[in-house]
Design a protein around this ligand. Structure first.
Ligand code: NAD
Length: 273
């Protein structure tokens, strides 16, 4: 599809759209914020870590022209007041068009049914599930308040919501399954309002969330790499491109999907040597 133009000047795929990205200081969140801004969106980058957010903003500014509106706000997605404040901030911009509920944790103490501490279970659900609910809820309220006839909400799940893993992180896996189920239902409930909800299912990536945890442990790395048909971890930018598509009107008839971006991992039985 050719890029849209105004008076033959090329405009971005998210021209004049207002977007919120949570977990914006992390791998997927930053790459997505950059792509959104490059494609003409106004972007509010949100993260629980203020210093990380400032670093992320500095990186974005190196690659995106300065006339774009990009702001940051510290926010803990497990707190409804924080999420509401994010959405309220966009009232002055004309309300939310795109909400990327992407913040998530995979805790180092998350384990199997026997060894996962209850407080890690609760923390994981509070951020990964309740955070997505709050983001979806306040996005819907904003879309209605500003009388929008379309909106795109993308919620980050994971391939572990689709395939079982013998390297368990039970709280994380359960939380991502909840994101898929919740997203599907939201998609159906709000379809007639023009609000689309899709879940992104990334495979294991080259971002701090996983790579810090794997460290230099080669057997632990190999355990995962062998399952990739491509033989490599995914990159955050490869997720961001999919999120851009789901956020844009190019995806106008895509709703309620488990959108899998995994290099074929969940379709593989035996992978190439
Ligand atoms: P990341 O750790 O690089 O980024 C996550 C960001 O979320 C961090 O900047 C962190 O500060 C922020 N965050 C944590 N708790 C928060 C909270 N309560 N409120 C607001 N922000 C908070 O990780 P990433 O790889 O970019 O992960 C983004 C999403 O992708 C997560 O939901 C993750 O579960 C999911 N995912 C990641 C992988 C992977 O291998 N990296 C695979 C599948 C799914």
């Amino acid at each position: 599809m050719s890029a849209p133009t105004i008076n033959s000047i090329q405009i971005g795929r998210l021209h004049n759209k207002n977007a919120i990205v949570t977990g914006a200081a992390g791998g997927i969140g930053l790459e997505t914020s950059i792509l959104f801004a490059k494609e003409g969106a106004n972007v509010l980058m949100a993260d629980i870590s203020g210093p990380a957010l400032e670093k992320a903003l500095a990186k974005l500014k190196q690659v995106v022209p300065s006339h774009h509106k990009v702001e940051t706000q510290v926010s803990d997605v497990s707190k409804e007041a924080d999420v509401k404040a994010l959405v309220d901030h966009l009232d002055a911009w004309g309300g939310v068009d795109i909400m990327f509920n992407n913040a998530g944790i995979m805790h180092a103490d998350d384990a199997d049914a026997v060894d996962t501490p209850e407080k890690i279970w609760d923390l994981t659900q509070a951020i990964n599930v309740k955070g997505v609910w709050f983001g979806s809820k306040h996005a819907v309220l904003s879309l209605r308040k500003h009388k929008k006839t379309k909106g795109s909400i993308i919620n980050t799940a994971s391939v572990v919501a689709l395939v079982g893993s013998a390297t368990p992180q039970l709280a994380y896996t359960a939380s991502k399954g909840a994101v898929l189920a919740m997203t599907r239902e939201l998609a159906i409930v709000h379809a007639r309002e023009g609000f689309r909800f899709n879940a992104l299912c990334p495979a294991p990536l080259n971002t701090p969330l996983l790579q810090d945890w794997l460290g230099d442990d080669q057997p632990k790395r190999h355990r995962r790499e062998v399952h990739f048909p491509s033989g490599r971890f995914g990159e955050a930018i490869e997720q961001a491109r999919a999120v851009l598509f789901l956020a844009s009107d190019d995806a106008s008839y895509i709703n309620g999907q488990d959108f899998v971006v995994d290099g074929g991992m969940t379709k593989a039985y035996v992978t190439p040597e």
